[in-house]
Design a protein around this ligand. Structure first.
Ligand code: ASP
Ligand code: MG
Length: 420
């Protein structure tokens, strides 16, 4: 017997037929003797609709009420799944964030989970073999008693947090792909599924725009050492052996990965913009003057590269922002021009970031140099480079994304071997 968390995303609960399919997956695990807590998202597209309704109601809206509205999508699916399970003869009960409760901070719209009481759930597993169906994405602020939500994609974080709270043996993330791939299979047809990936690598993947899991959920999994298993919800529930090893990717501790390749995968994101501030004064406080106003405008800055000043007086500073924020970011910087003190702004909003990830890089030299050579041979110009212990990223023109990603994927021997 194991204790499992099963999390189903929006596409897996998009309609009643699919919710019934989810119920069959749950029934399979319960039938195998496992204790199960299920976390559900809202039906696909529902949260977007709810957010749009808030905006339609008023251009400026109260964050508490936004949460009251957008949390409702998960209330619906948790109740519906409990109904479907009961109809199949499985004892089940739905739980909203405030009922468990899932206590969070009061940062409405992007609240952080503070604690979850797992005891009640465990007791009910024991006494009534009752499946807990928990509305993902939502919680409650202890002092104000108001409903909160965890930020878009937050039901992944709900799932991992519940898994930690009930000391689950595994947290299964059921999604529309059957695991984490060495790269996006739509771009790299030879990408292959990874059996295992280390938390740190997955964090890089998630941060770099692989939309499989919310970044925070991976952080939480790493802190609490939750074994997270990414698997497909579209396999027929009856075809899966609950005691076997289904296809999927286990996100786990580095030590649990026996055969570690130097490079694990190639991630990329196309929706990047690059901003270069030319001849900015090279003196204390300038970076704060630049990034302070951007942070206040809620613009996420990434990949900051500052040159060493040649004349001791001025320097160039380059960074990236999401392409959608490009106009806003340049607007903010233009407004602060006098305060910052620079000559001019250059930029481009059709930029891609391609990243090579692998914990093996810690102990291998020359991994990046090899990539630079290969990209140069294909005539791809690198606009900026950043590195960290387990990854490096290059900025290139978006038009070359596919070529760059495929080139690097082959370069590091990640292509599937085709037997003919
Ligand atoms: N329904 C929420 C969203 O769309 C939470 C989630 O699905 O993870 O962002
Ligand atoms: Mg999601």
């Amino acid at each position: 017997m194991a204790r499992l968390v099963m999390k189903f995303g929006g596409t897996s609960v998009a309609d009643i037929e699919r919710i019934r399919n989810v119920a069959r997956h749950v029934k399979r695990e319960v039938g195998a003797g496992h204790e199960v807590a299920v976390i559900v998202s809202a039906m696909a597209g529902k949260t977007n609709e709810l957010v749009a309704w808030c905006r339609e109601a008023s251009a400026v809206y109260d964050a508490d009420e936004y949460d009251a509205v957008v949390a409702s999508g998960e209330q619906v699916t948790s109740g519906l799944l409990a109904i479907c399970l009961q109809a199949m003869g499985v004892n089940a009960r739905s739980w909203q964030g405030w009922q468990l409760p899932v206590h969070t901070s009061d940062a409405h719209g992007s609240a952080r989970i503070l604690d979850i009481n797992g005891k009640a759930l465990i007791e009910r597993f024991r006494q009534d073999r009752e499946v807990a169906v928990i509305a993902g994405f939502q919680g409650v602020h202890k002092d104000t008693n108001r409903i909160t939500t965890l930020g878009r994609g937050g039901s992944d974080t709900s799932a991992v947090a519940v898994a930690a709270a009930i000391q689950a043996d595994r947290c299964d993330i059921y999604t529309d792909v059957d695991g984490i791939y060495t790269s996006d299979p739509r771009v790299v047809p030879r990408a292959r599924r990874l059996e295992k990936i280390a938390f740190e690598e997955m964090l890089e993947y998630a941060s770099l725009g692989a939309k499989v899991m919310q970044v925070r959920s991976v952080e939480l999994g790493m802190v609490h050492n939750v074994r997270i298993f990414v698997r497909s919800s579209f396999d027929r529930p009856e075809d899966i052996d609950p005691h076997g090893t289904p296809p999927g990717t286990l996100i786990c501790n580095e030590e649990d990965i026996v055969e570690q390749q130097v490079v694990t995968g190639i991630a990329f994101s196309k929706d990047e913009a690059q901003i270069s501030i030319r001849r900015v004064q090279d003196k204390p406080g300038v970076a704060a003057a630049i990034f302070g106003p951007l942070a206040e405008a809620n613009i996420n800055v990434d990949m900051i590269v500052q040159n060493v000043s040649a004349d001791g007086a001025t320097t160039d500073l380059t960074f990236t922002v999401p392409a959608a924020d490009y106009d806003r970011a340049t607007g903010v910087l233009a407004k602060a021009k006098d305060k910052i003190g620079y000559e001019r702004l250059d930029g481009a909003n059709d930029i891609a970031k391609v990243s090579v990830i692998g914990i093996g890089m810690r102990s291998h030299a020359g991994v990046a140099a090899k990539a630079f050579r290969a990209l140069a041979e294909r005539g791809i110009n690198i606009r900026a480079i950043t590195t960290s212990e387990i990854k490096f990223s290059v900025l290139i023109d978006a038009a070359y994304t596919e070529l760059a990603v495929r080139t690097l994927h082959s370069l590091y021997d990640l292509d599937t071997v085709r037997h003919s």
